[in-house]
Design a protein around this ligand. Structure first.
Ligand SMILES: N[C@@H](CCC(=O)N[C@@H](CS)C(=O)NCC(=O)O)C(=O)O
Length: 216
């Protein structure tokens, strides 16, 4: 019996990345489903003082930050490995995690997905078209660069699945629900990679709730 508990709001791409890591490792875990607003509760802020999801616990060991959780999972469940042994491929994986965390999620995916899906569908907020327009140049840069780094490889950091694939796929899959995401991805090698990623049982097992699968 596993003592791993993951806290998060279903549909969150960062939560999904951790779940995918656990699924790839065939690890047993429990998902503690949180509702909107729970991430700012006094109890949850003790687990994650920044009030974001996911948070992770294994017994009395608590951890947050998705890439740290995935690296830890890779250390305690060695098979299949999710970190390249080759130094250059490992550096590429780290670079792509950085692109995701610093450029792509906060400046592109979070903006467009919120304005097109989360705001209008879940919160009844009108789409701010100017915010989407402002995010598009960075979106083009991110997709062009991810496409260049992927090249003809099977996975973004080489021939094997890595933490970078697990972190990017849920973000891109969510963005692809929007017209802007479809247009940014259209005809790229990243689009074909996302199709391959979506065939993996780890993605199939961690689908977003129906309400978050509807394009605005
Ligand atoms: N750097 C964090 C980012 C996590 C994050 O931003 N999660 C989003 C959901 S995908 C979040 O918590 N948003 C605010 C909220 O849900 O209250 C990580 O890697 O885990």
């Amino acid at each position: 019996m596993s003592d791993i508990v993951v806290y998060g709001v279903p549909g969150s791409p960062f939560l999904r990345a951790v779940q995918m890591g656990l699924e790839e490792k065939k690890a047993v875990y429990r998902l503690q489903v949180m509702g909107a607003g729970d991430s700012k509760s006094e109890a949850y802020l003790k687990k994650h003082p920044f009030g974001r999801v996911p948070a992770f616990e294994q017994g009395n060991f608590g951890l947050y930050e998705t890439q740290a959780i995935l690296r830890y999972l890779d250390d305690i469940f060695p098979e299949p490995p999710l970190k390249p042994r080759d130094a250059q491929q490992a550096a590429r994986m780290n670079q792509i995690i950085g692109i995701n965390d610093w450029y792509f999620f906060p400046k592109v995916a979070a903006v467009i997905v919120f304005q097109r899906i989360i705001g209008p569908v879940l919160l009844g907020i009108r789409t701010d078209e100017a915010a989407i327009e402002a995010a598009l140049p960075m979106g083009r840069t991110c997709i062009a660069e991810l496409d260049r780094l992927l090249g003809a490889q099977q996975f973004v950091a080489g021939d094997h699945l890595s933490i970078a694939d697990l972190m990017l796929a849920p973000q891109l899959d969510f963005l692809a629900e929007t017209p802007e995401g479809k247009s940014l991805l259209g005809g790229t090698q990243i689009e074909a990679w996302l199709v391959r990623m979506n065939e993996r049982p780890s993605m199939q097992a961690t689908q977003r709730p129906d309400a978050l699968r509807r394009a605005a």
